[in-house]
Structure formats: C-alpha cells, structure tokens
Design a protein around this ligand. Structure first.
Ligand SMILES: [Cu+2]
Length: 266
C-alpha cells in the first residue's frame, strides 16, 4: 500500500476519482475563499464602525437587505453545487450504474471480521447460499447440492477485478453493519444485515489497494481489512483460470505477500 497515500488525496484508481476529487477541491477552495472574504469584510466593519472621537460605536443595520448580499452569493453557489454537481454525480454513482451484462458481478458477504467474495465461475451462475450451510470451511453457506455453485470461486479478504471494466459488488452482512471502503476507488458503502446493497466502480489503475471496514463493527474492526487487486484483462483471466482449476491453490499474489488470511477455493 506504500505510495497510495500521501499528504493529499490517495492515488486515483477509478473513474469516480475525477468528479469526487473535483468536488473535494472545489469545496475546499470555496471555503478558503469565503473564509478570506469574510475576514476582510469583518476587518472592514471593525475599522469602519470603530469608536472614534465624537462618534460612538452603534448597533444596527445601514440596510437589512444590503447586509444579506454576501449570503446571497454563498446561497447561489451552494444551490449551483447541488444542482450541477451533487445531483448528477450522485445519480451516476449511486443510481444509474452499469448493466450487469457488461460488468463483472461479484457477491460480497461481510462478517466480523472478514470480507468473503463469491464469483460465479465459468457457468456465470452464482450458487445458492443459505445460513444452514455456514461452517468454518464454508463461510458464505454455499449449498453443496446446488450445481450452479459447484464451479463458484470464493476468496477471503481478496477481491480480484479486471482493469477498465465496471465491477458490481452485491453486498450483504452476516452479523452487524460493516462498510466497504477503498479510498483509491473513492467508494464507501455501508453493508446492512438483512439488506442486499449494490456498489459499482470501474478501476483505471492496476495494482493492489487496501479494503478497509469504515464502520466500527466490533473488537477487531481495525483488523477487518482486505486487498483489492486490479489486474490487466489478460492477468485477470489467468487468475480466474487458476482459481477454476481442480487444485485449491492459494493465489500467486497471496503467496507473494505471505498473507496468512489466505484465499480458499472450493
Ligand atoms: Cu466491519
């Protein structure tokens, strides 16, 4: 993760970084400008209405409307920000989303304190899941009788996605509220037990990025972390193929980092 975080914003690794960073920078610049302008206005008032020889400082307005002029400019700016920036980007990120036909769809089951990912495998179908099948070797409760689940790929604390293609995460939780957070992708979404919540992003940079839980979820909350690997399309296909193979191998990435959380394939 070294190099992904610095003094400013984290490395930009998804298509959301452009509009999100624009908003963060614009709002900071606007707040700085408003702070300076108010400070100048305040200093002007202090000098202009100071107590002088033969003239006392007095309360009251020269004109109530005139004193509202600065507020009017701030109001217009804020309404423009909502109408032209916030609503269109919220719609694009949270409402519109890509079609599942053109995206990689992954199921995410969060739990205290791990991220379980399920890929549909070569048949493109997710196996049925049920709480009655949950056990240490089957943390998401895949139904062993369901043929659609036979080729499913599951990983723990490792999300693998291809570069330049949208990924849709359909997220649920086994216990409490968690929050999926990848700062480099500029995505953060609560995962609420009893609800299926979707999130999407399109990576623009290959590499390994930290997945953090952004919702205090228990005693080991700070250790609830994983890695999002963004691969080039050919690398991703190779990873997928390796996972679909017979042997329940750990991933190359896992072996390289010595991540003891491991990735299980079954
Ligand atoms: Cu959590």
């Amino acid at each position: 993760m070294k190099g992904n975080y610095g003094w400013g914003l984290p490395v930009a690794a998804s298509t959301f970084a452009g509009p999100i960073d624009f908003g963060i920078k614009l709002i900071h610049a606007a707040m700085f400008a408003i702070f300076i302008l108010w400070a100048i206005f305040f200093a002007y008032l202090l000098l202009r209405y100071r107590r002088r020889e033969g003239r006392s400082a007095q309360a009251g307005y020269e004109s109530p409307l005139k004193s509202l002029i600065p507020d009017f400019f701030v109001l217009v700016f804020e309404i423009a920000l909502i109408v032209f920036y916030a609503i269109p980007n919220w719609h694009r990120i949270k409402i519109a989303g890509p079609s599942p036909d053109t995206a990689l769809v992954v199921e995410l089951v969060a739990e205290q304190f791990a991220w379980n990912f399920q890929y549909p495998g070569p048949d493109g179908k997710f196996g049925r899941r049920d709480v009655q099948f949950i056990e240490p070797a089957n943390p998401i409760g895949l139904d062993p009788q369901d043929p659609a689940g036979k080729d499913d790929i599951t990983t723990v604390n490792e999300l693998h996605v291809p570069l330049g293609k949208p990924t849709i995460l359909n997220m649920s939780s086994k216990d409490v509220i968690h929050s999926f957070f990848v700062p480099e992708f500029r995505v953060k979404q609560d995962i609420v037990p009893g609800m299926k919540i979707s999130l999407w992003f399109e990576p623009t940079l290959a590499g390994r990025f930290e997945i953090g839980c952004a919702q205090l979820c228990g005693v080991a909350h700070s250790m609830m972390r994983g890695d999002a690997y963004v691969h080039t399309p050919s690398e991703y296909e190779a990873w997928l193929k390796a996972q679909s193979g017979q042997a329940p191998a750990t991933t190359a990435a896992n072996a390289a980092t010595g991540n003891s959380n491991g990735s299980s394939t079954f």
